[in-house]
Write a protein that binds this ligand. Structure first.
Ligand code: ATP
Length: 371
């Protein structure tokens, strides 16, 4: 059984201007001890998914679907049970630790708090546990007596990670855990997370706009666009050869983690994501897609098989026969032309072995290549 199963999650925010459908039918699973990365540009709904998992959304959010943590539905839980699940069942590391840590309390007291609230230790045991946790995240135990402003950005993020691990959760959610940090510190924090989680049995959901960071850290990747998962599969394979044109554009925009020069100036993605309250008909990526076909205006794609253990929500992954079987117009039957034949996509080698070091090969053509 998966540690986490998210099924058909929908979240809409009520605003003065109407409802904003931020998450539109997201499903994914995380196996025990494995790491799923969720990537996508700002506004695609990543944080909304993270917050929904522990019911931390504002009261203006309308949520439906299922969030099963070890088979138990978080969305239907009573408050008492939910309080027990937060921190101990699943915990979150947010970006910008300065805003998550309380400025007027010592770091050690803040790390100890969830342990004490959950009755996992006496105050003396909690103090010892805080010292161990700080050392685990690479900080000296005496830092427990420091206030957040006495720590650097990287140290504060380490303290947040210690806090997230304090109650020995089964799932850690990390929402852009390194975004506010400089490149060198980012790499250290990612390595730390990797070391702490790998082999510990803890499952992880890591969110980032940066596909290359996730490809380096996670086992699997889900790419989100306009409130939906548009591609899912093994992390390195998705990064090296995305099946969805958005996944391909995103991996081209964020070069490899090990290439600091290129990462200081990532190539932007052309165009802007759509307004969630005013989505185009058919595929939401169509207006920006270099490989859009006429049928993309007619069909709202869902996640279709796109190779072994992979799915993508793009009509191009369907062979003509598959398309017909699923009620999707095959290429050429909507009067369009010039696009890559779907059959060619279906015949592409399904799995890459070169990983992130080998970005060529069967990668779907990037926007620059197709213009
Ligand atoms: N409280 C809110 N009220 C109304 N709309 C909201 C609220 N929070 C988020 N949204 C909208 O929901 C959509 C998804 O936002 P969300 O923050 O989940 O995206 P994201 O991918 O995490 O972006 P970022 O990387 O910038 O955090 C956006 O259009 C955003 O403007």
């Amino acid at each position: 059984m998966n540690h986490l199963d998210v099924r058909d999650l929908h979240v809409a925010y009520r605003t003065a201007a109407g409802e904003v459908p931020a998450v539109r039918g997201v499903s994914f699973g995380i196996a025990p001890g494995s790491k799923l990365g969720v990537a996508g540009e700002s506004g695609c709904g990543k944080s909304t998914v993270a917050l929904a998992l522990l019911r931390l959304l504002p009261a203006t959010a309308r949520v439906s679907g299922q969030v099963l943590l070890d088979g138990e539905d978080v969305l239907g839980m009573r408050w008492g049970r939910l309080r027990a699940v937060r921190w101990a069942g699943a915990s979150i590391v947010f970006q910008g630790a300065m805003h998550s840590l309380n400025a007027v309390h010592r770091v050690g007291d803040q790390i100890a708090e969830p342990v004490l609230v959950h009755g996992q230790a006496t105050p003396a045991q909690a103090r010892r546990r805080v010292g161990e946790l700080l050392e685990q995240v690479g900080l000296p135990a005496w830092r427990a007596r420091s206030y957040p402003h006495e720590l650097s950005g990287g140290q504060r993020q380490r303290a947040m990670i210690a806090m997230a691990l304090a109650c020995r959760p089964r799932l850690v959610i990390a929402d852009e855990p390194t975004t506010a940090l400089d490149v060198m510190i980012q790499a250290q924090i990612l390595r730390l997370i990797d070391d702490l989680v790998t082999g510990s049995g803890i499952s992880m959901l890591m969110i980032s706009h940066d596909l290359s960071v996730l490809a380096d850290t996670c086992d699997r990747l889900a790419v989100m666009y306009a409130g939906r998962v548009v591609e899912e599969g093994p992390a390195r394979a998705v990064f090296a050869g995305a099946r969805h044109p958005y996944g391909a554009a995103l991996s081209a925009a964020f070069p490899r983690v090990g290439d600091p020069a290129s990462r200081r100036a990532p190539r932007g993605l052309p165009g802007d994501p759509p307004d969630p309250a005013d989505l185009p008909a058919g595929c939401a990526f169509r207006p920006r897609c270099p490989q859009a076909q006429d049928r993309c205006a007619e069909v709202a794609p869902v996640l279709w098989p796109a190779g072994p253990d992979r799915t993508a929500a793009c009509v191009r992954v369907l062979s003509a026969e598959d398309a017909r079987a699923r009620g999707v117009p095959p290429p050429g039957e909507s009067g369009e032309g010039g696009a890559a034949p779907a059959a060619a996509q279906a015949a592409a080698p399904a799995e890459r072995t070169g990983g992130a070091d080998d970005p060529g090969g069967d990668r779907a053509p990037e926007p620059e290549e197709t213009r």
